[in-house]
Write a protein that binds this ligand. Structure first.
Ligand code: PLP
Length: 423
């Protein structure tokens, strides 16, 4: 199937007389005839459902669809994008370990890594998304367990050189984890460029209608954990909490990572996505490729309008010839990046705030990537926990407006920007 078809059909094929649409299994639990059957499920000896905190069929159909779109072998839905990134790392790194991450990432992810996971004993080294191979190598340590970055960084819009990051990660025997929220698999499939694990905040374009918070982790099944058993004991040695199952032996490279994350992390942390939310994000998936085209077309028109505007200090959009990331975008995002444009209004922070206050169609929201045009001033919102030096390291200036182009007519979006700039 081509990608557009996968958005609609992958992961769920109803049999004769079954529901055409993915049904919502609105049930916390599942019934069995004997305790023996239930016991086999608990021992991971049989596959099946027993409690929705770990797995639910609706979630699994939708996860399978996202796995197919990303070109992965297995996937799981999580309650949020935050949970997806936390699980993706905590599944292979624990107290005493180290992770290398791009500094140009979503502020919530930065805080999760730099503050909360640090408190759990996991150390992060942040590197520039533009780091050379030598600089990346210099950040690696003997206890490094993963390298992390965003395909298109929120909100600075840096485009990551995925192949370069994958090369250094693999040379050091660790996987590359890529948060692919902004381009979605419609515009970039990081696994094709060497990424091993892909994460999403499905809250954004995948849902696309600002209706439900959610996340997803996709495993490529390509990283050979068994080559580094000392580095990844959780995947390569018996799990005492599951009667001695060794995930790589029992589930192979294609299933080990997601099975462990389900069996251990979902069991213990319980950050499951509600089946009803999985149903909503599936409705989003069905139109994802159509919507991404329109989001990108609108963003391109807005970026071109702003490019030479006398009241605009600077603009970042990787689809604009001359943009710092134009060449990388041509390679990794040839059909468009995303609908988000970042820019600064001349006059700095105060002018930016005044401009945003005067917008009528575009609303000020702590959100991005849905059908309605919205904008945010990160220095005042998502990234306000950062000092100026940390902001600069993330590529964020105090005047940055993160402008998320929705699905409206581009002329209306531009007219709104124009009247606000005139004020
Ligand atoms: N990753 C990226 C790139 C994001 O933009 C966000 C949220 O904005 C997240 C992760 C966190 O996702 P959520 O808000 O669904 O927890």
């Amino acid at each position: 199937m081509k990608l557009d078809t996968k958005c609609i059909h992958a992961g769920y094929t109803p049999k004769n007389g079954e529901p055409r649409q993915i049904p919502i299994y609105q049930s916390t639990t599942f019934k069995y005839d004997t305790s023996e059957e239930m016991g086999k499920l608990f021992d991971l000896e049989a596959s099946g459902y027993f409690y929705t905190r770990l797995q639910n069929p609706t979630n699994d159909y939708v996860a399978a669809r996202i796995a197919a779109l990303e070109g992965g072998t297995a996937a799981m839905l999580t309650s949020s994008g935050q949970a997806a990134n936390f699980f993706a790392i905590f599944n292979i790194a624990s107290c005493g370990d180290h992770v290398v991450a791009s500094s140009a990432i979503y502020g919530g992810t930065y805080n999760l890594f730099a503050v909360t996971m640090k408190r759990m004993g996991i150390e992060f080294t942040f590197v520039s998304p533009d780091a050379t191979e030598e600089e990346l190598q210099a950040a690696m340590k003997p206890n490094t367990k993963a390298v992390f970055g965003e395909t298109i960084a929120n909100p600075a819009l840096d485009v990551l050189d995925i192949e370069k990051f994958a090369r250094v990660a693999h040379k050091n025997g660790v996987p590359l984890i890529i948060d692919n929220t902004f381009p979605t698999p419609v515009n970039c499939r990081p696994i094709e460029w060497g990424a091993d694990i892909v994460t999403h905040s499905t809250t954004k374009y995948i849902d696309g209608h600002a209706s439900s918070v959610g996340g997803c982790i996709v495993d490529s099944g390509k990283f050979d954990w068994t080559k580094y058993p000392d580095k990844f004991p959780g995947l390569c040695t018996p799990d005492e909490s599951y009667h001695g199952v060794t995930y790589t032996e029992r589930f192979g490279l294609e299933g080990a990572f997601i099975t462990k994350a389900t069996a251990q992390l979902m069991r213990d942390f319980g950050a499951i996505q509600a089946p009803q939310h999985a149903y909503y994000i599936n409705l989003g998936l069905e139109s994802l490729s159509l919507r991404m085209k329109r989001h990108c077309e609108n963003a391109q028109k807005v970026a071109e309008y702003l490019k030479n505007h006398e009241k605009i200090a600077w603009i970042s959009y990787c689809g604009l010839p001359g943009d710092k990331y134009y060449d990388l975008a041509q390679k990794y995002l040839p059909n468009g990046g995303c609908g988000v444009v970042s820019f600064g209004v001349k006059g700095g922070r105060a002018a930016t705030e005044k401009f945003m206050k005067n917008l009528k169609l575009a609303s000020i929201e702590t959100h991005v990537a849905d059908s309605k045009t919205c904008c945010l001033h990160p220095a005042n919102a998502t990234h306000r926990q950062m000092n100026d030096a940390e902001l600069a390291a993330c590529g964020i200036t105090p005047d940055l407006v993160r402008f998320s182009c929705g699905l409206e007519d581009a002329e209306d979006i531009i007219a709104d920007i124009e009247q606000a700039l005139n004020k």
